[in-house]
Design a protein around this ligand. Structure first.
Ligand code: CA
Length: 196
C-alpha cells in the first residue's frame, strides 16, 4: 500500500512539473497596418484537429491560453467576412502588376506580390493580369482559384530578395510551443489589391 501511495505521489509530482502551459497570441492587420476585427481564428493540434477558436477584437488581437507546451499547434485565420472580390481592385492594380511583371518596378513587399497572384499559381504572371481585368470589367465576379482574402504570416519573405519571381517563403503558421509566444501575427491580403 505504501508503495502505491508513493507511486501516486510521484506521478502527481511529475504531472505538476511537466504539464506546463503557455499562450499563443497575435494580431491580424491589413497591409496598411489597420487592425481587422471579427476574424474567426482556429487553433489546430498536430493532427489538424480543431481545439480552440477565438475572434479578433477591435485591435485585431487574438489569444489562446493554457496550451500544453511541447506540442505542435497551427493558427488558421478563417475567411469569414465575405469580402467582395472587387473591393480594392482597380486598373491601377493591373498597372502595378504589369510593371512588376515587366521588371520596371519591383514589388515593395512579398505581400504585394502575393496579392497579385490571383490564380494562386505561386507566381505573378500575365495570366493574373487577365483575371484582374476580367474581374474589373465584370466578365468574372470572382477569382476561381483564390478566396477574396488570404492570411499570411507577417514574417513571409522573398526566397531570393533580388528576384521576386523566385517565389515567396510564406512563413510558418505552425509552431512547436515552448513558451509564451506573442506577436504571432498575420496580414490580411486582399487579392488583386496591390496598392493597399
Ligand atoms: Ca499567378
Amino acid at each position: 500500500m505504501k508503495n502505491v501511495i508513493t507511486l501516486v505521489v510521484l506521478c502527481l509530482c511529475s504531472a505538476t512539473v511537466y504539464a506546463q502551459t503557455a499562450t499563443i497570441s497575435g494580431q491580424i492587420t491589413r497591409l496598411n497596418d489597420s487592425p481587422v476585427s471579427g476574424i474567426l481564428v482556429h487553433l489546430l493540434n498536430w493532427n489538424e484537429g480543431l481545439i480552440a477558436a477565438d475572434t479578433t477584437d477591435t485591435q485585431g488581437a487574438y489569444a489562446f491560453s493554457d496550451l500544453t507546451t511541447g506540442q505542435e499547434y497551427t493558427v488558421v485565420p478563417q475567411d469569414n467576412q465575405e469580402v467582395s472580390y472587387l473591393q480594392g481592385v482597380s486598373t491601377l492594380d493591373v498597372v502595378i502588376a504589369a510593371r512588376i511583371i515587366l521588371g520596371i518596378q519591383p514589388p515593395e513587399t512579398p505581400f504585394v506580390y502575393a496579392a497579385g497572384d490571383v490564380n494562386n499559381s505561386g507566381s505573378l504572371t500575365t495570366l493574373d493580369l487577365v483575371l484582374m481585368r476580367r474581374l474589373i470589367l465584370g466578365i468574372d465576379n470572382s477569382f476561381q482559384n483564390s478566396p477574396s482574402v488570404r492570411y499570411l504570416r507577417t514574417n513571409a519573405s522573398f526566397i531570393n530578395p533580388d528576384s521576386p519571381f523566385s517565389g515567396i517563403n510564406y512563413g510558418n503558421s505552425t509552431l512547436l510551443l515552448d513558451t509564451d509566444t506573442p506577436a504571432f501575427d498575420f496580414y490580411q491580403i486582399k487579392m488583386g489589391n496591390l496598392n493597399p
